[in-house]
Design a protein around this ligand. Structure first.
Ligand SMILES: [Zn+2]
Length: 308
């Protein structure tokens, strides 16, 4: 299995934040397919948030966990959940179908058959996917009271998936941002269940949220303080505008959506990403649709688009 290979075998860092919270870092700084999980210990219960592949690398020292919470249902965020079969698993109600069956998970991505079939194998073999028919739903603003003043509050933050949520930990004032990961890659809204404009509303919401610590699943890991967070957030959010500007420039000549997807605006042309085509099509199709609606791009003949 890839996650036990030499580059990932380095000791993984566990970093306490405040009195109840601990970041369980993934291999390679949490770079995909790895990620950073959060452990929250209350007086009565311990919750684990987003068990990543890193939990498999900690199999010799797994924490006792009473509840598993998930920011959303994607393969890398549930990769370690199967190590906790006796704890209840929680997801936002809108992402719940993804954990109930492999078909449910694959519907979230919405890949065409040629991408879907090999990715199912990856999800099962490399991400240890375990379906859970009895997983439980939470809603926006639901609170998990872990005892002793330790609470985790869900904040619905859709766009990446329909149910994507932030999780805020009290009293340590840690805001777990899931896949609003503040990376230079920028926001991912390339699944069937993604929504560009919902993601933009989530970014606006994130600007309003105050916390001492901000934690992401990938890349950044932990940021202290609102000023550093807002700086990262603006850089992350700006990638959306960059993609749209590059699309408009490309449409100085008429192009089809097939050509737009092949040109690549989300991934770099040299990146060997097996699902790049459907993700480019889905992501840039949303930009195209709103540029057409705003009158900034015109369908000059069926299926061919030109900037005005
Ligand atoms: Zn995700």
């Amino acid at each position: 299995m890839a996650a036990t290979a030499a580059p990932d075998a380095a000791p993984l860092e566990d970093r306490p934040l405040g009195r109840a919270t601990e970041v369980l870092f993934g291999a390679r700084g949490g770079r995909y397919p790895h990620g950073n999980s959060l452990l929250v210990r209350g007086a009565e219960e311990t919750a684990l948030i987003d068990p990543s592949l890193g939990m498999h690398l900690r199999r010799d020292r797994l924490p006792a966990v009473d509840r598993v919470l998930h920011s959303h249902c994607h393969e890398d965020h549930i990769a370690g959940s199967g190590l906790f079969p006796d704890a209840p698993w929680h997801f936002h109600a809108l992402d719940l179908p993804g954990i109930r069956s492999l078909d449910g998970l694959m519907a979230i991505y919405g890949f065409p058959p040629g991408v879907d079939a090999p990715f199912r194998k990856v999800v099962l073999e490399e991400f240890h996917f375990v379906p859970r028919a009895d997983a439980l739903a939470f809603e926006d603003r639901d609170v998990f009271d872990l005892g002793g003043g330790v609470r985790v509050r869900a904040i619905h933050a859709p766009g990446h998936t329909r149910g994507h949520s932030f999780l805020h930990v009290e009293p340590d004032d840690v805001l777990y941002l899931g896949d609003v990961d503040l990376s230079s890659f920028g926001p991912y809204y390339g699944d069937a269940w993604s929504d560009l404009e919902a993601f933009e509303r989530t970014l606006a919401l994130a600007r309003q949220l105050e916390a001492r610590w901000y934690a992401t699943f990938h890349h950044i890991g932990v940021i202290e303080g609102r000023a550093a967070f807002l700086e990262r957030l603006e850089r992350f959010a700006a990638v959306i505008g960059d993609r749209e500007r590059r699309l408009l420039a490309y449409l100085a000549e008429p192009h089809t959506l097939d050509e737009i997807a092949a040109h690549r605006f989300v991934y770099r042309p040299q990146d060997p990403v097996p699902f790049a085509e459907p993700v480019e099509r889905r992501s840039m199709g949303q930009h195209l649709a709103r540029l057409v609606a705003a009158g900034r791009v015109e369908e000059v003949e069926p299926g061919r688009f030109l900037a005005r």
